[in-house]
Structures are given as structure tokens and as C-alpha cells.
Design a binder for this molecule. Sequence first.
Ligand SMILES: Cc1cc2nc3c(=O)[nH]c(=O)nc-3n(C[C@H](O)[C@H](O)[C@H](O)COP(=O)(O)O)c2cc1C
Ligand code: SF4
Ligand code: SF4
Length: 277
Amino acid sequence: MTTSMATGTHLFWFSGTGNSLAAARALAAALGETRLLPVTAARRRPPAPAAVVGVVFPVYALGLPQAVERFLETMPLAPDAYLFTVATAARTPGAVHRIADDILRRRGASLAAGWTLRMPGNFAPVNRSFAWGGDSALLERAAARIAGIAAAVRAGQRGLREDSMAPLAWLGQRMRHETQRQLAHTARHFTASRHCTACGLCATVCPVGNITMEEDAPRWGDRCEACSACLQWCPVDAIRMRGLGANRRRYHHPAIRAQDIAEQAGDAGEATPPTAP
Ligand SMILES: Cc1cc2nc3c(=O)[nH]c(=O)nc-3n(C[C@H](O)[C@H](O)[C@H](O)COP(=O)(O)O)c2cc1C
Ligand code: SF4
Ligand code: SF4
């Protein structure tokens, strides 16, 4: 049997509107002695492998964000590390934990456990969570699960995968590459209205450096992760998405600030190669 010299706990996070970051912070606090690292920054500068490794991320189209998949494909792995995932989702996680496990198995590892936390939806065309009036109850329920997840991680729980039931999980796996290809073009649907003040916040919060400020307006590139951070954090709601009513209220997690999300971009933005049209 291979013996690992790896020690410590690493919790990696990816987040557009703060749900996953809030969950990661709460979990790190409950676990204690845990290093919190943005997925995007860890892809640029991978840390040494740890003995316990968790990845916290939002569900996109019944699957994982592309940046998180790429990270799972390349992150440093100790031979006998305990690996787990925590997905945040509006309602349907699809096959996120199964997909994560498949990726890890191709690397000779496996996912010990995968939890899903239901949190407010941030996919503007579909989710109207902020209008339900049920946000705080939803956030409280998600927060209440953290202590149990931390206890299960400490106990080394194995075999749990909080994916959707069979048809949706199957769909998530089947559609995975096509939906990621479509989502990579999300930024083509964004425009900045005349209300834009050229503050540059959208460029700052983009986790993959896909926005540049040109002639006092944002310009979107072609490596979008569809995280909706730019749309949701704009302080004057100036970003419009094709097909989305101009008056749709924006959402972000109440305990997270734009600067926290901006940590993901760091100094260079992420080198996710653009997806072919
Ligand atoms: C492009 C996109 C696709 C999404 N697809 C799903 C989905 O298939 N199922 C689901 O339950 N939530 C879906 N959501 C909602 C997010 O997973 C959920 O709001 C998550 O908690 C957001 O996390 P964040 O605040 O850390 O970015 C989607 C959100 C976006 C932006
Ligand atoms: S965050 Fe909004 S106001 Fe600021 S530059 Fe971007 S679109 Fe303009
Ligand atoms: S362009 Fe907007 S939606 Fe796309 S990755 Fe950047 S912040 Fe997220």
C-alpha cells in the first residue's frame, strides 16, 4: 500500500454570487485548521497535496463549472487523501458528484463523499429566489447542515453522493459537454446599459478575467464560466442579459462582498482556454 506524507486540510472554492464561498467559509470554520483557497488561484499556483481535500462549487446545468472540472483533472493529489465535494444548488444537482468521482477515478483516486446544499438560485433567466421571500430560511437551513458535514468529514464518511435521482443525473452526465460549450458563450448575451458608471466592478469580480474595461464600458471575452457574477454584482444593475427583463432583481449572498469574490481573479485571471464556437 502507498503511504502518503500529506497532512492538513484544504478547502477549494469557486463562486459567482457567494453561496459556495459562504458554505466553504462556514465549513472551514467548523473543520478548524483548514486552508481556504480559490479554485482559480490554485490552478495557477497549485499548493502541495493535503491529506483532506474538499471542493465547494455551484451546480451549472446539472453539472460542474468548467473551471472546477479542469481543477479536478489537474489538482495535486496525495495517494490516500480523503476527497469530498460540496455543491450548492437551487434545486437540482444533476450528476455533479458522480462526474467529480469519474474525473478522480481516471486519475486513480475516488470521491469519498459528495454533499449538496440547497441555496438561492442565481441563474437570472430561471431563478427568482430573491422574490420568494424565503431566502433567509433557505440560507439558515443550508448553514444548519454545515456542522453535520464537518463531523462526517472528520469521521471519514464514505459512499454518500447527494446527486439527483436517476433520470436527471443521467441527463446531467449525457449533456455535460454540450451544456458547458453553450455556457461558455453566456457572455455573448451581456450588454452594459447607459446606466453603466464605468466603475469596473464587473471586471474585478469576474473569476476568470473575462472582462476588460474599454472606452469606459465593459467588454466581454470568450472564456466565460457563466457564473453570473458580473450581472449580479453590478452596483447599478447596468448589465442586461438578452431575454431577461430589465427590472429583474439581482442576487448575491448577504454575508459575502464583491471583494471576496474578486479574490478568485487574483493578479492574472485564469487560463481556461476558450471553447470553440
Ligand atoms: C449558468 C447556471 C446554471 C445553473 N444550473 C443549475 C442547475 O442545473 N441546478 C440547480 O439546482 N441550480 C443551478 N444554478 C444555480 C446555482 O447552482 C446556485 O444558485 C448556486 O448556489 C450559486 O452558487 P454561487 O453563489 O456560489 O455562485 C445555476 C446557476 C447558473 C449561473
Ligand atoms: S459593474 Fe456595472 S456600472 Fe460598473 S463598469 Fe460594470 S457594468 Fe458598468
Ligand atoms: S463574464 Fe460574467 S458570467 Fe462570465 S465568467 Fe466573468 S463574471 Fe462570470
